[in-house]
Every structure is written in C-alpha cells, then in structure tokens.
Design a protein around this ligand. Structure first.
Ligand code: NAD
Length: 319
C-alpha cells in the first residue's frame, strides 16, 4: 500500500535520500539518526527526525510503518535487536550493499518473516545527511530480493517504496545479488584503491592526471569505513572475482614483459564494455505477485536484465 508510512533508521547519504524522496512522493516519513547534528539538520530541513531509537520504533509500531535499515553492516545487529524488542510486527527492509549476510542477521533475531532485502544501486562518494538528494534514485536500479522466505505483501511494500523514489526495481536472489555486486561494485572499489595508491607513489602522476585517473579512482573517495564494511562482508563473493581480475592482469603483465601484444585482455575488455553499452532492460509486466512460482519467475526475469517500472498486479488484491 503506497500510503504505508516509512521509518528510516540512519539518515546518511542513502537514508537521508530515501527520506527526502519518499516525502517528495507524498509519503509520511520519519526517522532516526544517532548523531544530534544530523537530526538537527534534518529537522531544520522540515523532516520528522529524532536521535531516540526506541521513540521512533514505537511510532513505527503504532503506524505499522515500513522500517528501512540505512546503516552500515556493523551497526545492523544492534538495530535489529531493538526492532525485535519494540517493533517486531513492522515490515522491514534495508539498503545495505551486501544481502546474504543481512538475511542471516535478520534470521538470527527472528525477524525474517517480515523482511525483504533491498539495495538501491545509486550513491556518491559523500556521506551524511547533507549529502542526501531526493533525486538520487531516479532511474537507478533498486534490487528487491526474491529469496524463498519473502512474503508477497512485504515485497510489494518495498517495491512500491523503490518506485516512489523514482528507481526501477530489479528482482534478484540475495546470493546472486552478492556475486554480481562483488563484480560491479566491490571489485571496482578495490581496483580504484589500488590505482589511486599506485599513482600516489609516482612523482608527477597527480600533475598529469585527467579523465582516466579521475573516472578510475572516483569511488576511492568513498569513506574508508563503508568500503571496508561492504567488501569484508562479501569476502566469499569478492575473492573469486578478485582472483579472475588478478589472473587477467598477470597475463597482461606477462605479455608486456615478453614483448607480446596485449590483444587478449584489451579486446575482451572492449567487447564486454560494448555489450554493456547496448544491454537492454525489458520491462517486467506479467508476473502476478503471490501467484505460484512468482519469486522464481521474477529472479529469472531480473537475471535476464528485466526491470519493474510500475507496480505489478498482486494476487487477490482488488484492482
Ligand atoms: P553514511 O555514512 O552517509 O550514513 C550512515 C548512517 O548510518 C549515518 O546516519 C550514521 O549515523 C549511521 N550509523 C553508522 N554507524 C551506526 C551505528 N553504530 N549506530 C547507529 N547508526 C549508525 O553512509 P551511506 O552511504 O548512507 O550508507 C548507508 C548504507 O547504505 C550502508 O549499508 C551502505 O552499504 C548502503 N549503500 C551505500 C551506497 C553508497 O554509494 N554510499 C549505495 C547503496 C547502498
């Protein structure tokens, strides 16, 4: 239901952007941040924010709000314990950059039944309330998980929030999300850090640096704690893709050392990038949420590049 209130825990870049975007879509939204500075800034901007977690969770319980966890992985367990104690019936989602470890934490506190994981694939290298932007998610993919435990009603609430924020919904299983995120997010972070470190050791490099260096190291400007949190929490999935990238670089090194052409790496990289540029994103329109096999159907459609651009029909729902 699109009039379900939204309770955001953590009003940083992503949580602050969810709060602004949900409010701009006409949703009732309120939130919590641990620091008084962010709460003061959010309140000054006209939002309903507090640094009292139990107070915000009591309000969420009273209005059966959709709770959005928007804190880094290391902060999840303490938040989940408070949610279990104060607002255990509320539908629950998150925006964390890794999914399987969050599912395990949610399972451990007994809240899995009401949980559907999420990950908006949008961001900047900046942090905190001031970095938030109501437009951050416009046109961006927002993964909404279709794991076996997922409840159709909660799934619809989470997908509706993503759509209200202007995103397109990509349905995916948590394990498949983590394997893909390791490749397109966590590996780029590690490569960017390696590139920035390497250039930092070469005299004159920064003086000559232009587009290639700027684009290749953009994400190295991200707060180190966040980078560590997402890569370390997804180590199992990062290791094989890191090995693959290191193998490719090792082969390129051997080719250079032996005076051979770099054809293999450069041609395959170029071909993959061209394929990405023409990757199509067909709209998913036919799946009925809650019908037989709906989760598998959505996972397959998401795997094939499909996205949800507007609300899907829900089984036994009027209209
Ligand atoms: P941020 O630093 O801007 O905000 C983090 C928020 O978490 C802040 O409100 C902070 O006060 C709060 N927080 C941190 N530790 C806490 C603790 N121990 N107890 C209570 N609150 C705590 O970071 P962000 O970029 O908004 O990241 C938040 C989540 O969004 C992370 O899980 C991250 O993986 C995910 N995410 C980030 C991006 C990105 O590009 N930055 C993109 C998608 C998802």
């Amino acid at each position: 239901m699109r009039n379900t209130p939204v309770c955001v825990l953590g009003l940083g870049l992503i949580g602050g952007s969810v709060m602004r975007a949900a409010a701009a879509a006409g949703r009732e939204v309120f939130g919590y941040n641990r620091s008084v500075e962010a709460v003061t800034a959010a309140t000054a901007d006209g939002f309903d924010a507090t640094e009292n977690l139990d107070e915000v969770l009591s309000a969420a319980a009273a209005s059966n709000a959709l709770i959005v966890l928007a804190v880094p992985v290391p902060a999840l367990s303490q938040m989940l314990a408070r949610i279990r104690d104060v607002a255990p019936q509320c539908p629950l989602t998150d925006v964390t950059s890794v999914k399987s470890c969050v599912v395990e934490e949610v399972r451990a506190v007994g809240l899995l039944e009401r949980f559907v994981g999420g990950h908006p694939m949008a961001g900047t290298a900046h942090s905190g309330w001031v970095a938030g932007d109501a437009q951050l998610f416009v046109g961006a993919p927002w993964v909404v998980s279709v794991d076996d435990h997922v409840d159709p009603a909660v799934w619809t609430l989470v997908a509706d929030l993503a759509l209200d924020c202007g995103a397109v919904v990509v349905p995916a299983r948590s394990d498949e999300h983590d394997a893909a995120a390791a490749t397109i997010s966590h590996l780029p972070h590690l490569l960017a850090e390696a590139l920035a470190t390497t250039a930092g050791e070469v005299p004159l490099a920064f003086a000559l640096a232009a587009g290639s260096f700027r684009d290749g190291t953009r994400v190295a400007a991200t707060a180190p704690d966040l980078v560590r949190a997402m890569c370390e929490a997804n180590a199992d999935q990062v290791l094989p893709v890191l090995d693959r990238a290191l193998d490719l670089l090792k082969l390129a090194r051997e080719a250079l050392a032996e005076g051979n052409p770099l054809t293999e790496l450069v041609d395959s990289g170029h071909a993959a990038r061209v394929r990405y540029d023409s990757f199509s994103r067909p709209a998913i329109v036919a799946t009925v949420i809650g019908a037989d096999n709906w989760r598998d159907e959505l996972a397959a459609a998401g795997r094939a590049g499909g996205v949800i651009r507007s609300a899907l029909p829900v089984l036994d729902s009027p209209g």
